[in-house]
Design a protein. Structure first.
Length: 143
């Protein structure tokens, strides 16, 4: 049995559009992470960045299930003493829904150069409009 190993030069990248309206944030982020990583391609190679471009629209209409809006926090530290900042996801989704979606996808990608490269191909927009129509993105339908 032979194994196909894709080289960096042979990667064919496509553009996909994901609509997050009315869907759980985490479930949509999983689909985006898999597309960015290239795991849904038949010639996936783990050590090669073979993912596609992903455009996420309507990030402000994504839902968090359960009590996550009130109980979940985004925490970051400035590095200084007492520099812990906390933001509830209710305010984060109201003010910066695109950042909340990027955080969810970033947590699902590998923490190395492959993950950082894949995250640069993620384009998140709060509304239904995006400026990438020239790339002729396809709507992702397998949910």
């Amino acid at each position: 049995m032979s194994t196909t190993l894709v080289r960096k030069e042979d990667v064919q990248r496509k553009w996909y559009v994901l609509d997050a309206a009315g869907k759980p944030l985490g479930r949509t982020a999983v689909i985006a992470a898999n597309l960015l990583r290239g795991k849904l391609k038949p010639d996936f190679t783990p050590n090669v960045d073979c993912g596609d471009y992903v455009i996420v629209i309507n990030a402000d209409k994504a839902v968090l299930t359960g009590k996550k809006l009130d109980q979940k926090y985004y925490r970051h530290h400035s590095g200084w003493i007492g520099g812990l900042k906390e933001t509830k996801y209710k305010t984060l989704m109201a003010e910066r829904p695109d950042f909340a979606f990027e955080l969810a996808v970033k947590g699902m990608l590998p923490k190395n150069t492959l993950g950082r490269g894949a995250l640069t191909r993620l384009k998140v927009f709060a509304g239904a409009e995006h400026p990438h129509a020239a790339q002729k993105p396809e709507a992702w339908t397998q949910d």
